[in-house]
Design a protein around this ligand. Structure first.
Ligand SMILES: C[S@@+](CC[C@H](N)C(=O)[O-])C[C@H]1O[C@@H](n2cnc3c(N)ncnc32)[C@H](O)[C@@H]1O
Length: 223
């Protein structure tokens, strides 16, 4: 696995007292999920719902999900990021599992050979780190753009689960992130999301976010 060294250095430089503020769109989407019956309610099994934060960085959203009563696993390739997540969680007395994974495995295979795309997605979904875990009720991906990964997400969800994804778009001002990490205008909301219903969608100032749900939930559009 790539060690994530470049990101290790960035995260080390950002080390602070806290993991940072929750993204506004993420907060609103979580408020919506939690307000509806079954949002953060126990599963039928009586256990807390499960959430995964993919490419979690220093853990601002993993921690918020744990505060909101979910059992959280925070995934990232950077060991430094995950060490910080664990430290912030311990400081708040929150239980957050961390897992070091390379999420690029699907994207790398797809770029090698477009014809293997479906196979790559299926393989990724069956990867040890995902297959060995109970399916999550919510997957969060914030500021990590990998469309092949996005394709794989619906298959990983528990029945009735939700996807919360935000990314930069081509309209984002300034030099960062690079063009490779900026999605076309409107593209996030237009994705199929494996048939999941997009119930919250927002795009402004070069940022786009969606909340998509497998199963019914009232649709909303915010511009
Ligand atoms: C822009 S940060 C976003 C962090 C977090 N989601 C947030 O919003 O605060 C991108 C994160 O992706 C992680 N990352 C980059 N490439 C990765 C990969 N191939 N597999 C797993 N994580 C990766 C980096 O370590 C970094 O923490």
């Amino acid at each position: 696995m790539d060690t994530g060294g470049e990101w290790d250095a960035k995260h080390r430089a950002r080390r602070a007292e806290t993991a940072g503020d929750v993204d506004d769109f993420v907060r609103r989407a979580l408020d919506l999920l939690d307000a509806e019956a079954g949002g953060a309610a126990p599963r039928a099994s009586g256990r807390a719902p499960i959430a995964w934060d993919l490419a979690c960085g220093r853990g601002r959203h993993a921690l918020e999900l744990a505060r909101r009563g979910r059992r959280v696993t925070a995934f990232d390739r950077s060991a430094e990021a995950l060490a910080q997540v664990a430290a912030y969680a311990a400081r708040e007395g929150l239980a957050v599992e961390t897992a070091r994974v390379d999420l690029a495995v699907v994207g790398d295979r797809v770029s090698e050979d477009r014809a293997t795309r479906d196979r790559a997605v299926a393989d990724w979904a069956a990867a040890d780190w995902a297959a060995g875990r109970p399916r999550p009720d919510l997957i969060v991906v914030v500021n990590y753009l990998d469309e092949a990964l996005f394709d794989a997400l619906p298959a990983l969800l528990a029945p009735g689960g939700a996807l919360l994804v935000t990314t930069f778009t081509v309209d984002h001002p300034g030099e960062h992130p690079s063009a490779r990490f900026r999605l076309a205008r409107g593209a996030l909301a237009r994705r199929a999301w494996g048939g999941a219903e997009v119930c919250l969608s927002e795009e402004s100032n070069g940022r786009a976010g969606i909340l998509a749900r497998i199963g019914a939930m009232p649709a909303r559009e915010v511009d």
